[in-house]
Structures are given as C-alpha cells and as structure tokens.
Unconditional design. Structure first.
Length: 198
C-alpha cells in the first residue's frame, strides 16, 4: 500500500473509532439520565437517535465505510450483555446494523438522503433492549425488580407498555432520526459538502 493511501486509511480508522466512542458515550449518558423515569426510559432510543445523528453523518463523511456503522450498531447490545442482561439484544442490533450498512452503501456513503435513511434504520439497534418488555414480559419485569429497580418503576412501566407502544417507539425513532439528520445537515453543511455528500 502506498504511504499516502496508508495514511488516509489510518486517519479514517482513527476518525471512525472516535465517532463510535462518541456514539457510545451519547447512548450511555442518555440511558443513565432516562433509566430512572419510566416514560423517559421508553423515549430513550428516540432521544439517542435525535442527538446522535450529527455524529453518524460526520462519521460517514470522515470514514465512508460500513464497518463503523455496523460496529456502532452492535456495541450497545454488547454493553447490555456485559452488564448481565438477557442476550437477546443482538437479535435486533445485528440486522439493524446490516440493513443500515446496505442502505448507506447503495449511495456509496455519499448520498445524504441514503445516509439519513441508513441512520433511521441504524437507530432501531437500541430496541433490542426493549423487546423483552412485550415478548418476555414476565421475565423482563421480574429481572428488572431483581436488578434493584423499584416496584413503583415496574408497575408504571407495565402500565405504559400495551402492545401498540412498540410500533409507536419505532415510528418515534424514525421521526427523531430524520429530525436529527436535518439538524446535522444545517450544522455540518460545510463539512458534508467538502466530503462530497449531497
């Protein structure tokens, strides 16, 4: 590999690592703030989608590759597994990551519209930590109690999660993701233009 190409690849890899770390930090901080309050807990994936959109777009501008997209999609589910949660989250985050990569790749990582659509699907990666609320309901609430959350938290969350809430969360994530992408386009217009993203 030529020195210049090697240097460019190294910079892209470093940039990808930095932005993956930023995404994970946003996830952890928003999660910590939202977790104690049932309604905020349910809004957490949408809030992350909104605030992380600029990070996603600048990541693709600096490192136009599917690898960082997939890694960032799967990392939160690995954090959940490492903290002792039931290992179901990757069943959602892995497909979300793969589809997000395919969408961005279809625009060669240089189409803002496709990158925005990619981020919307990518942002469903966090739903893996929530689907047990509906599909493993008894286990989820028993496990949540055993992890130290109050019975008041569990009772309120139970009441707030009839079946229609999951598709509503999916829609809210897409809406907040698109809003975040529009904000990113305004904030990062010069950087995206220099990267050839239209």
């Amino acid at each position: 590999m030529e020195p210049q190409k090697k240097s460019t690849s190294s910079r892209a890899a470093i940039s990808a690592g930095v932005f993956i770390a930023l995404y994970l930090a946003i996830y952890v901080i928003i999660g910590a703030v939202c977790m104690p309050v049932p309604i905020l807990f349910l809004l957490m994936p949408a809030l992350v989608a909104l605030l992380a959109a600029p990070v996603f777009h600048i990541m693709l501008a600096r490192s136009p590759s599917g690898v960082p997209v997939f890694i960032a999609a799967v990392l939160p589910s690995l954090v959940l597994i490492a903290s002792g949660h039931i290992p179901i989250a990757p069943a959602v985050s892995v497909p979300a990551g793969i589809v997000a990569v395919l969408i961005a790749r279809a625009g060669k990582y240089r189409s803002f519209a496709r990158n925005a659509a990619s981020h919307a699907v990518f942002s469903w990666n966090l739903l893996g930590g929530f689907v047990p609320i509906w599909f493993m309901r008894d286990y989820f609430f028993q496990d949540t109690l055993e992890r130290g959350m109050s019975s008041s938290f569990c009772d309120t969350l139970y009441a707030l999660t009839p079946g229609w809430v999951l598709p509503a969360m999916m829609v809210a994530i897409v809406v907040c993701s698109m809003l975040g992408s529009l904000i990113a386009r305004k904030l990062l217009a010069a950087k995206l233009e220099r990267a050839g993203i239209l």
